[in-house]
Design a protein around this ligand. Sequence first.
Ligand SMILES: NC(=O)c1ccc[n+]([C@@H]2O[C@H](COP(=O)([O-])OP(=O)(O)OC[C@H]3O[C@@H](n4cnc5c(N)ncnc54)[C@H](OP(=O)(O)O)[C@@H]3O)[C@@H](O)[C@H]2O)c1
Length: 292
Amino acid sequence: MMRILIVGSAGLLGSYLYRYGKSKNHEMAGLSRSASPYTDIQGDATDFEWLGRQVKGAKCDIVVNTLKFKGSTDECEARKEECWKANFLVPEKLAALQKELGFGLVQVSTDWVFDGTKSGNYAVGDVPYPRNFYAFSKYAAELAVAGCSKYMILRTTGLFGHERPARNFMARFLENAKAGRQFDGATDQVSQPISALALSGIIIGLAGKGRWNATYHTTGPDLVSRLELAQAFAAHFGFPKNLVRPVTSSARAIYIPKQVAMDISGTEKALGRKIEGIGEMLGELDAFEKQG
Ligand SMILES: NC(=O)c1ccc[n+]([C@@H]2O[C@H](COP(=O)([O-])OP(=O)(O)OC[C@H]3O[C@@H](n4cnc5c(N)ncnc54)[C@H](OP(=O)(O)O)[C@@H]3O)[C@@H](O)[C@H]2O)c1
């Protein structure tokens, strides 16, 4: 049994990790700004003195930082100071606390530390080139956490799961599909999406095996466009395929990597198993929701 503190526990990944960890008999504690069934400690993590007191008081074996700046990636560009505080200064503070207290620190990062111009899969050791402020702040956090004595950096992408209000791609698809509305799936945005539940399993799996002091690519194995992903959701949840409309993504003011393919072989080796494909992840989400 591990005692795990989740920072950002009211969010998509935090709430799945909280529930998943409990289902595996770990002692879970959640710290977040919003009240939620997964918030045991409510407050603003950018109040660093307060954060330090809470982390010390939690006496945990592991801290998983799932917190990110509340706004969109476009807003990160316009509100750099707030984004920097949440995405860099919070993990920097957690890294300082790790050095003092010795817990294992898990930092959740992004595939956007790469710019998506490589033709093959990105290896963990490839040179990062973050090209928007969100990605820059996340990469800076990786560097801060990599100085810890017990850490893990997990680069992920396209998290999906059930969520209210619906912010992630799957939850938004379901909201629209249930209302009979067409849903746009971009053909030119390609990544390896992963469910928040599958990523929770990877976090607990790697920590349980003590695979510390490394960076992992923690995406799914299937490289798909947003269109293909939405079509997979339609097929799984029993909606007509033509509810999803192929579109080209609209022009953005910031640089967005169009396709990032990640080499996940090191993660699978460390875990001792394959990471599930999209179909299997959707089946696991159904079973998890049924179990309550
Ligand atoms: N979602 C994706 O597709 C994706 C892709 C690549 C990487 N990632 C990374 O994966 C991690 C998890 O993402 P997610 O989608 O689960 O994020 P999320 O749903 O936005 O959750 C983040 C949580 O952090 C909390 N939070 C933000 N600022 C806070 C503060 N100052 N004090 C206390 N709590 C605060 C939020 O609480 P409030 O709601 O109360 O503000 C929210 O519950 C992040 O590190 C993200 O960068 C995500």
